[in-house]
Design a protein around this ligand. Structure first.
Ligand code: F6P
Length: 327
């Protein structure tokens, strides 16, 4: 593609994440500085199918860094998973004269981009999801803010749990992954943390830590459950049944996806958005921008999608050690 890049589309897809707006701003502003036109595609791949687009110039993305959500809206498109849907999206690319597309989202977004690239559209993915479940990247846009939001909520819960000497069971998001739950549990000094990557031994992982805490004088307890583990209401019921504690469930839910992005999310989003446009301008395609060992790199999308992301075993060991479960 080289110097031929004149117009780039940018879209956000899947679950939104704080910092997506910062990434949109970075894509648009990097385009401006390179003399490339930037087109915002609304509602993810649904918008690409329907030709739902707006020009993004320097002024249109002003003040966007600090805003939560995504100004381009987000969606999950079933139609885009069909050949007919992809054909409509390709027609939109031709109609709008798009030389490339930057897609901000998670695995599903990257799969969609890869499908477009198989039809000759230049694409680059930017990892944006609170789940931090993109294997090639140690960090995804929105994760830091979501962790901080969850920690703030749990600190508030602690106050009332402490007053009433209760046990709190808090369900955090993360889809099928436990990264968010583990990080938040560690930050909050939880009594127990349950994540889908590790088989749960209820007696050893929940009941014994509660008993140990009680024996050293603790009168309130904080159990963090990743949504991928199963029902937090079942966890609470077993705690009631086995140790007769007054237990309350809080499902943090979508509150974790909202709010102004943290400085870390804004800065990483800025760099990743910049990198995505730079890659397209250099003629690269079918890549995912990622972060590894304090560096911004890029991966082939297919390779990135085939990688598996395990839990951070060091953090898991620290968490278990601090809870008193040994290593
Ligand atoms: O992928 C982000 C995420 O928030 C997951 O943590 C959660 O499982 C899912 O999206 C919720 O999706 P929806 O907003 O469609 O309910």
């Amino acid at each position: 593609m080289g110097n031929a890049v004149r117009r780039i589309g940018v879209l956000t897809s899947g679950g939104d994440a704080p910092g997506m707006n910062s990434a949109i701003r970075a894509v648009a502003r990097t385009c401006v500085s390179r003399g490339i036109e930037c087109v915002g595609i609304r509602r993810g791949f649904t918008g690409l199918i329907n030709g739902d687009a707006t020009m993004l110039d320097y002024a249109k993305v002003s003040g966007l860094s600090r805003m939560g959500g995504t100004m381009l809206y987000s969606a999950r498109s079933d139609e885009f998973r069909t050949e007919a849907g992809i054909q409509k999206a390709l027609n939109t690319c031709k109609l709008l004269g798009l030389d490339g597309i930057v897609g901000i989202g998670g695995d599903g977004t990257f799969r969609g981009l890869h499908d477009l690239s198989k039809h000759g559209i230049a694409v680059v993915g930017v990892p944006g999801t609170i789940d931090n479940d993109i294997a090639c990247s140690s960090y995804t846009i929105g994760y830091d803010t979501a962790c901080n939001t969850a920690v703030e909520c749990i600190d508030r819960l602690r106050d009332t749990m402490q007053s009433h000497e209760r046990c709190s069971v808090v369900e955090v998001m993360g889809h099928r992954a436990g990264h968010l739950a583990l990080y938040v549990g560690l930050a909050c000094g939880a009594t127990a943390v349950l994540i889908p990557e590790k088989e749960v031994d209820f007696e050893a992982d929940v009941i014994e830590p509660i008993r140990r805490a009680r024996l050293v004088g603790t009168t309130h307890y904080m159990v963090i459950v990743a949504e991928g583990v199963g029902s937090s209401y079942d966890v609470a019921q077993r705690i009631r049944d086995e140790v007769a504690l007054d237990t309350r469930v809080t499902v943090l839910g979508h509150i974790q996806r909202g709010g102004a992005p943290s400085a870390r999310d804004r800065v990483n989003a800025a760099h990743m958005g910049y990198s995505a446009v730079t890659l397209l301008a250099e003629g690269k395609s079918d890549r995912v921008v990622c972060r590894q060992n304090d560096q911004y790199l890029d991966y082939d999308i297919d390779e990135a999608l085939s990688m598996k992301k395990g839990i951070d075993e060091d953090k898991y060991t620290v968490m278990r050690t601090l809870i008193g479960q040994g290593t």
